[in-house]
Design a protein around this ligand. Structure first.
Ligand SMILES: C[S@@+](CC[C@H](N)C(=O)[O-])C[C@H]1O[C@@H](n2cnc3c(N)ncnc32)[C@H](O)[C@@H]1O
Length: 425
């Protein structure tokens, strides 16, 4: 087993839960998960190719770092670990052509000036020491926090190393970044598609990916999104190599989903051919997307035991400023009707679907947050909430609602997202 550190994204708890669920779904055995802020540590046995695939599967993980050394002491002793010989042997990807290297430090407390200064001197000294025999470049980042963009643009993983120092309570872990999130691909799938649908509010692709991953359980191969909008969830499902089914009440949304998914398959498969990567397996999507009302329709094709739902239904009209509580209540009431209509229909017409990952809106009002008050009713219909965490632990977490939903928000948003996974009783 090798120890790895996962650098978690902006919503660390959600990222953490996504990792554990995917390791279970993919049957990758692991031990001793331990989370400290933005870092998750665990041990697993995994090939390089599988690790790369795992990185691409996870919407909430920014980097995966392989831990090479562990020591007790202070950062001023790191030179004893990171000797030139050890760097060449254990850290750098290669030494035959130019070596690019940089440092990142993750620590619950930020480094003090003396530590920053010392580490920078150490980095430049290392460069000088190696310079006679090797062609070396040090990529300096003043806060020792290299972004995935910097790691990728400077080709640190392929040509040298991003050396990562993780400070824990008693000791330091030192490792080398093995994989980083492919930021170019996210930009392309977010911005490149032919039919963005600003009307339905933009679901960030990484969040869509996390919703799919949190909703999955092993053996389930088909994602059904009954409120598919412009198809962002379905797009991420296709990239995760899952089968898809989608519907929407709005004809224009159906057309937009079809155009976006066709574009995605064409673009990705052309790139895969050129770069030798994996292709999206489904090449025909007609018959998989249709117009339907999620509160009334049946669809035999989607009513199977290997299908699960991952969906973001309508979250209400976009808000430009904080709404008054009594206006928000009107919106929430209409949305409650829609959501209950959906769960009732699911129960009556989709009896084989066992897991449902779904986004609820939480409206920020002048009197505080307003939640959809329908959990008991959904329970009466026959769906129970999956507990992401034991309730004592959940209370201590940021980004968890008082009733155990995972919260996702950005500072400028007036409608937050609350994510639940339900299981049919
Ligand atoms: C927030 S968007 C969905 C975003 C989508 N999940 C995605 O990944 O792009 C909500 C969609 O729900 C659809 N909708 C609203 N009421 C519906 C209903 N009763 N049945 C099906 N779709 C509905 C709207 O037309 C809209 O396209």
């Amino acid at each position: 087993m090798t120890k790895y550190a996962f650098l978690l994204g902006s919503h660390p708890l959600m990222s953490f839960l996504e990792i554990l669920n995917i390791l279970d779904v993919e049957k990758i055995s692991y031990s001793k998960p331990y989370r400290l802020g933005e870092i998750l540590l665990l041990e697993m046995k995994i090939s390089d190719a599988k690790l790369k695939k795992l990185q691409n599967t996870l919407g909430g993980t920014i980097k995966i770092i392989e831990i090479v050394d562990e020591f007790r002491g202070t950062i001023f002793q790191i030179n004893k670990i990171l000797t030139a010989e050890r760097l060449l042997k254990k850290y750098f990807a290669q030494t035959k052509s130019k070596i690019n290297f940089g440092f990142s430090v993750y620590s619950p407390k930020s480094l003090v000036y003396a530590e920053i200064n010392w580490l920078r001197n150490f980095a430049y000294q290392t460069k000088r020491r190696l310079k006679d025999k090797y062609s070396v470049r040090y990529v300096d980042e003043k806060n020792f926090d290299l972004s995935s963009v910097m790691v990728a643009n400077n080709k640190l993983v392929e040509t040298g190393a991003e050396i990562v120092i993780i400070k824990q309570e008693q000791n330091f872990l030192v490792g080398r970044t093995a994989t980083v999130q492919d930021f170019r691909s996210y930009v392309q799938r977010d911005m490149g598609k032919p039919s963005p649908n600003p009307k339905s509010g933009m679901l960030p692709p990484k969040l869509a990916q996390m919703i799919v991953n949190l909703s999955r359980s092993s053996g389930q191969k088909t994602v059904f999104d009954p409120f598919c909008g412009s198809g962002i969830i379905l797009q991420e499902a296709l990239l995760l190599n899952l089968d898809i089914l989608g519907s929407d009440i709005d004809e224009a949304a159906v057309k937009s989903t079809l155009a976006n998914l066709e574009w995605l398959i064409k673009t990705y498969n052309a790139a895969a051919k050129k770069l030798g990567g994996e292709k999206i397996k489904k090449t025909s999507i007609s018959g998989r997307i249709r117009e339907a009302d999620a509160t009334r329709s049946r669809w035999a094709k989607a009513n199977t035991t290997d299908t699960f739902i991952a969906t973001e239904p309508y979250l209400g009209p976009p808000q430009r400023r904080v709404p008054l509580m009594h206006n928000a209540k009107k919106i929430a009431h209409e949305l409650e009707e829609l959501y209950l209509g959906f769960f009732n229909n699911l129960h009556n017409n989709f009896s084989k679907i066992k897991r449902i990952g779904i986004v609820f809106p939480v409206i920020k009002t002048n009197e505080g947050l307003l939640y959809l008050n329908i959990l008991d009713k959904i329970g009466d219909i026959g769906y129970i909430r999956h507990d992401f965490l034991p309730s004592e632990q959940a209370k201590k977490e940021a980004y968890v609602s008082h009733r155990g939903g995972l919260l996702y928000s950005r500072p400028d948003q007036f409608v937050l997202r609350e994510i639940f996974v339900f299981e049919r009783r």
